[in-house]
Design a protein around this ligand. Structure first.
Ligand code: NAD
Length: 260
């Protein structure tokens, strides 16, 4: 068991108390990163699990919509490790409400967490990354940020995150900081809890015929954080079993089985 701070490869993962963020944190720690887990929820169980497995991890209470909270997390990372090399802007919420059912409060809440959060995070983390010799920022968007999606708050927020990625990539290139976005399709996590009918119908449009596994998103996040992606910035990686590229005709051909 190791709890020694190691400042050579430090990554901050938001929304790490559960779902895909916890999976990213576990895998990155297993790969040798010192992982700072941040969430409005308690990250302690995941932190303890990582430490028990011999990894280096620490938990932070962070509401990503609060710039002052970001500043204090970054200050703690500075004093613990003296460095930061990776940021995974993973925290996000989805409100599957249709256009006219989306209230002002829902709209503002989704925008605050899914767009303001990563913006404040990049602003807070970039200077320490620069001091650390550069780094990699991975923004978790969605295929809802690449196509039209019925929930205006979720879709608009994920398109905005895609735009924020491109903007930050240009601005931070001089500091050796790469910024890319990941666009998962449907992935089996609590985010989709209670939407069985929606999921069953959506799977019919996925050429791979199944939802994604969280670990399949983690692999792409780890790749973007690592040196293998050293020439990638401003890019977007779609990880969706073919839904965006081929979903429409997959469904059409399935429905027309035998008629072509
Ligand atoms: P999840 O709901 O399982 O986990 C999200 C985490 O974010 C939770 O631990 C929650 O406490 C945390 N969080 C919420 N508000 C926060 C705040 N204000 N500050 C800090 N943390 C906060 O979700 P997930 O399915 O693991 O999704 C992770 C990311 O992947 C999200 O950005 C989501 O939009 C995106 N995504 C998910 C899917 C999917 O099918 N599950 C598909 C595409 C994109």
């Amino acid at each position: 068991m190791s709890e020694t701070p190691r400042g050579d490869r430090v990554v901050l993962v938001t929304g790490a108390a559960g779902g895909m963020g916890a999976g990213h944190a576990r895998a990155l720690a297993a790969a040798g990163w010192s992982v700072a887990l941040a969430d409005v929820a308690d990250c302690t169980p995941v932190v303890e699990e990582i430490r028990a497995a011999g990894g280096v991890a620490e938990g932070h209470r962070l509401d990503v919509t609060e710039p002052a909270a970001w500043a204090s997390v970054v200050a703690r990372l500075h004093s613990t490790y003296g460095a930061l090399h990776g940021l995974v802007n993973n925290a996000g919420i989805s409100r599957r409400l249709r256009f006219l059912d989306t209230t002002h409060d829902v709209w503002r809440q989704v925008m605050a967490i899914n767009v303001d959060g990563p913006f404040y995070g990049i602003q807070a983390c970039a200077p320490l990354m620069r001091e650390s010799g550069g780094g990699s920022i991975v923004n978790i968007s969605s295929i809802a940020g690449q196509i039209g999606y019925f929930s205006p708050s979720y879709s608009t927020s994920k398109w905005a995150l895609r735009g924020l990625t491109k903007s930050a990539a240009g601005e931070l290139a001089d500091w050796g900081i790469r910024v890319n976005s990941v666009h998962p399709g449907l992935v089996e996590t609590p985010l989709l809890a209670g939407s069985d009918g929606f999921v069953d119908s959506a799977v019919a449009s996925i050429p791979f015929g199944r939802m994604g596994r969280p670990a399949e998103i983690t692999e792409v996040v780890a790749f973007l954080l690592g040196d293998g992606a050293s020439y990638m910035t401003g890019a977007e990686l779609t990880v969706d079993g073919g839904l965006v590229s081929n979903g429409t005709y997959h469904r059409i051909l399935t429905e027309m089985e035998g008629e072509l």
